[in-house]
Design a protein around this ligand. Structure first.
Ligand code: AMP
Length: 285
């Protein structure tokens, strides 16, 4: 079922709640792929009434970014969503979400001030604002996010805690193609040769994992090796590469426990991100 109006969504969800159903919610920007489906399948199993939103949120794109070019395929998405058992697809217009005179944003400190937040100023303000709006519209629910956008999941968890939202957050592992490339709607923009070069993100992460397994504990050394791998791809340009604490996203110099290794790389005109949680204990086992 496709719903475009907030008031209609609220009516349907109140009815579902009256029937004692729990609500599962998977927010997306559409162009659905296996990464989204893994969240949808989990939500389908764990909750009674499943809502997926499809909304390319204008407030999280800077004017210079790819809002206009972002892949859109509402018809295809609706078919796939129905096949996989989504009860309701919420696909509002930008005008429905941002009424004239819109002036209120959610701004989070610290966690948003690094990694993707540094290279995309205003991005997390847009994300936090739209996720807050969507949570307010959907109401109490279990909401599903992907580890692929690790920083986003940390920011959303923090926001839910800080603002006392009645939402339980679940974060599920990154779904990859068979050669390791993380699924992403933006992969559609890659040419055949860029698609091959895009593998350097995953290769760099695997190298980081191997180095830690071999006993390397200095983040600097790991990043150096990762840089070398990415430098081997002619169209690649590094945006950032970090080894950070998975909870507070602060830089780690010497690895002692689990770390998040994350990177953003431009492949031609397409910016891709990926990450891996790496733990020295696990690697040594
Ligand atoms: P997006 O449509 O790209 O905004 O993504 C919507 C949700 O799907 C976010 O929570 C993403 O983290 C998640 N997601 C996107 N790609 C993947 C992937 N390859 N594996 C797991 N989750 C993903």
């Amino acid at each position: 079922m496709l719903v475009k109006k907030i008031s209609e969504l609220r009516k349907i969800l109140s009815q579902a709640r009256r029937e004692g159903k729990t609500i599962g919610f998977v927010p997306t920007m559409g162009a659905l792929h296996e990464g989204h489906f893994s969240l949808i399948r989990a939500a389908r199993q764990e909750t009674d009434f499943l809502v997926t939103s499809i909304f390319v949120n204008p407030t999280q794109f800077a004017p210079s970014e790819d809002f206009a070019q972002y892949p859109r395929d509402l018809e295809g998405d609706l078919k796939k969503a129905e096949e996989i058992g989504v009860d309701l697809v919420f696909a509002p217009s930008a005008e429905e979400m941002y009424t004239e005179g819109f002036a209120t944003y959610v701004w989070q400190e610290r966690l948003t001030e690094r990694m993707c937040g540094l290279s995309r100023p205003g991005f997390f303000r847009g994300v936090a604002t739209v996720v807050t709006k969507l949570f307010n519209i959907v109401g109490p629910c279990v909401a599903y996010f992907g580890q692929k956008d690790y920083q986003q999941s940390v920011v959303v968890r923090r926001m839910v805690r800080d603002l006392n939202m009645e939402v339980e957050i679940r974060v599920l592992p990154t779904v990859r193609q068979s050669d390791g490339l993380a699924m992403s709607s933006r992969n559609k923009h890659l040419s055949e040769s860029e698609r091959q070069e895009a593998l350097c993100l995953y290769q760099a992460l695997k190298e980081a994992e191997a180095l830690v397994a071999a006993g390397e504990r200095k983040s600097e050394k790991i990043i150096e090796k990762m840089r070398e791998i990415v430098a081997g791809a002619p169209s690649a340009r590094i945006d950032y590469m970090v080894v950070v604490d998975p909870e507070n996203l602060e830089d780690i110099e010497t690895i002692e426990g689990e770390v998040l290794v994350a990177l953003a790389v431009w492949i031609g005109k397409t910016r891709l991100i990926d990450n891996m949680l790496i733990s020295p204990e696990k690697s040594e086992a």
